[in-house]
Design a protein around this ligand. Structure first.
Ligand code: DQA
Length: 144
């Protein structure tokens, strides 16, 4: 059975490609999904890529990842990273590894992005490498 990795994306990430490209780059979420599928084939990992602008969907999907026996979750929670105690608790409530992912490096940006509720519960964080942050995080899953 192929190991599945959930890749969960939060608010405004559906606009990648046209959203502040100087910060987030020109790749769309579909482009990133393609890059992950290509790398995942080499690594023996299947990608389940999702995006929602709603916090509760992300929480439900974290629960589903655990219940379905997924190998791990890559989570780019967008701005919920910096606000959501509920996402923090959801990550703590499951036992599979969750890796925090960001295209940009939030620590180099505004002060309000320096706090990460996700990062305080996640196994680790990959940030600042653009779309490659996702691929590097997938490679980290393969090494676990
Ligand atoms: C982001 C960083 C967050 O601060 C921001 O709110 C996003 C995108 C990133 O991938 O760099 O929506 O998660």
């Amino acid at each position: 059975m192929t190991a599945v990795v959930f890749v969960l994306n939060g608010p405004n990430l559906n606009l990648l490609g046209s959203r502040e490209p100087d910060i987030y780059g020109h790749d769309t979420l579909d482009d990133i999904a393609g890059q992950l599928e290509d790398r995942g084939r080499d690594l023996g990992l299947e990608i389940d890529m999702r995006q929602s602008n709603h916090e509760g969907h992300l929480i439900d999907w974290l629960h589903e990842a655990q219940a379905s026996g997924a190998r791990a979750v890559l989570l780019n929670a967008g701005a919920y990273t910096h606000t959501s105690t509920a996402l923090h608790d959801a990550i703590k409530a499951i036992t599979i590894p969750v890796i925090e992912v960001h295209l940009s490096n939030p620590h180099k940006r505004e002060d309000f992005r320096h706090q990460s509720w996700v990062g305080q519960a996640a196994l680790g964080t990959v940030a600042g490498f653009g779309a490659d942050s996702y691929v590097i995080a997938l490679e980290a899953v393969a090494r676990l």
